[in-house]
Ligand binder design. Structure first.
Ligand code: PMV
Length: 347
């Protein structure tokens, strides 16, 4: 039974893809499978206060506060999300909702907040449903949250659990689905415990290409089918690496994925270069240092100029000083975020 009023809240993390999702079909169905590290520090904290409307009508009724301030410009995105998930959560129009949300990472840092933001909201709405209905298992809860979050932003479906989440049907991962992310179901080598991701903020400006436009560019892209095949192939190879901890192979898959993502943008119509000169400088410094130090530091990128520097916990004392001395000078205002692999959303 529906309650008169209440409040629910969740914190949900961002994630960084090792195998990239780039290209989709209708209803946020990915063109290829992807897998990501869930992060621990970059989080969105959201609460939803709900109050039954005096009279039910056919409108969504909600207010939105971002970091304490009313944000009209974010409302259309939330409304689109509500419309997409309404059939799965029919009670949403019965309530007036007050959504309060904030990020642990700096506003407009060029760090996408759609994964953490949409997953946090999906968690809140599912928590409402859970409080109205008969008990459900955590597994069902997580699956439905991931399913709903996907409809907000594809990559958001990979933010509910951790440390590794796989989304998109592929033969090599049992139980994988295009409709929701699953916690990676196989044993992962201990070298990936506590893996670090130091995020270098190279360019904090507005994204030149929104991911919506980016996915669209894969329709009719001259290399689309080769790229989608490559993602399946990389995923299968990464499966072996995750099991045996071979960091050399890890590096070659992860860096190739990052550069392929950007190669797809450079070869689409219209074409884009989303890296900045400092992005390339950082990549070259990482390659040079990796050779000299015999460590396993590597990089990945999302659809922008910022660089995610990945390295294992047991190399932190060598790699982090290098990052501080050599790489921070390429960041805008010297800004970076120390993140690491995380376990998913929490209340
Ligand atoms: O979730 P979206 O639609 O914003 O797409 C995200 C795409 C990338 O971040 C570039 C890659 C990924 O798999 O996260």
């Amino acid at each position: 039974t529906l309650k008169e009023k209440g409040v629910v809240g969740y914190s949900s993390p961002s994630n960084i893809a090792l195998i990239k999702y780039w290209g989709k079909r209708e209803n946020q169905i990915p063109a290829n499978p992807s897998i990501s590290f869930t992060l621990a520090a970059c989080m969105t904290k959201t609460s939803v206060e709900y109050q039954k409307k005096a009279q039910k009508n056919d409108e969504f009724s909600f207010e939105l506060f971002f970091e304490g301030e009313a944000k009209e410009e974010f409302k259309p995105k939330i409304k689109t999300f509500l419309k997409r998930i309404e059939v799965y959560l029919p009670f949403l129009k019965d309530y007036h909702l007050v959504i309060r949300t904030s990020n642990t990472f700096p506003h407009s840092s060029g760090i996408a907040s759609s994964a953490s933001g949409m997953s946090a909201l999906a968690l809140c709405f599912m928590e409402m449903e859970r409080s109205f209905s008969a008990p459900i298992t955590d597994e069902f809860f997580n699956r439905k949250v991931s399913f709903l979050a996907r409809l907000g932003s594809g990559s958001a479906c990979r933010s509910i659990e951790g440390p590794l989440v796989q989304w998109g049907e592929t033969a090599s991962v049992k139980g994988s689905s295009n409709l929701f992310g699953i916690k990676y179901p196989y044993k992962v080598h201990k070298v990936f415990n506590n893996f670090h991701d130091t995020i270098l903020l190279v360019d904090k400006g507005e994204k030149q290409v929104s991911s919506t436009v980016g996915h669209e560019l894969m329709h009719g892209h001259p290399f689309a089918s080769q790229r989608f095949d490559q993602a399946h192939d990389h995923l299968e190879k990464l499966g072996l690496v995750l099991a045996d901890g071979n960091l050399k192979d890890f590096i070659s898959i992860v860096e190739s994925e990052a550069l392929t993502l950007h190669a797809m943008m450079m070869t689409s119509n219209p074409y884009f270069i989303l890296m900045k000169p400092n992005t390339l400088s950082i990549i070259n410094e990482i390659w040079k240092f990796r050779e000299e130090s015999k460590t396993h530091v590597c990089f990945t990128l999302d659809a922008g100029a910022n660089v995610h520097v990945l390295y294992p916990e047991n190399e932190k004392d060598i790699v982090f000083p290098f990052i501080k001395e050599k790489l921070i000078s390429f960041c805008q205002n010297g800004q970076y975020i120390c993140d690491r692999i995380g376990l998913g959303a929490k209340k």
